[in-house]
Design a protein. Structure first.
Length: 119
């Protein structure tokens, strides 16, 4: 089974994005990355995140956004930001009570993107 199937498919992954984004935007240190963005821009970005996660997990979606290096270059995301980001991902995975194998697979995948996201 693909990770996409093991996680519960599109609806489960969309629910993860729904849960994670308010945590990130509400974080006192990370909130600056989403300040002054309009509702439609945020909705489009959330959809791109869902599509990206679904595609990378082996689902039948076509991700049409930019690669992680291109889309984050110049934002100034640093080690401290990354640590907080991972903390929120963990809180989201805890919220959905993922099994250990799926939790590890998701976290390892996110960690594999670190060098692309950090400046
Ligand atoms: C501290 C870490 C991160 C911060 C602060 C951050 C912040 C952002 C922001 C502000 C945007 C909007 C960029 C724009 O509109 O031009 C964005 C886009 C995006 N991010 Fe992140 N991000 C982080 C990590 C990640 C990770 C780990 C992933 C993948 C799991 C990810 C996936 C995406 C996707 C798919 C987009 C849309 C790309 C596009 O517009 O083509 N981000 N991110």
């Amino acid at each position: 089974m693909t990770l996409y199937e093991r996680l519960g498919g599109y609806d489960a992954i969309a629910a993860v994005a729904d849960n994670l984004l308010p945590r990130l935007m509400g974080d006192e240190q990370l909130g600056r990355f989403w300040a002054h963005r309009g509702d439609d821009g945020l909705a489009r970005e959330k959809q791109l995140l869902i599509d990206f996660l679904c595609q990378q997990a082996g689902g039948p979606l076509l991700y049409t956004g930019r690669d992680m290096k291109t889309s984050h270059r110049g934002m100034g995301v640093d080690e401290s930001d990354w640590g907080r980001f991972i903390g929120h991902v963990e809180a989201t995975l805890d919220h959905f009570e993922l099994a250990a194998a799926e939790r590890d697979d998701v976290l390892n995948f996110i960690q594999s993107l670190k060098t692309e996201v950090l400046d």
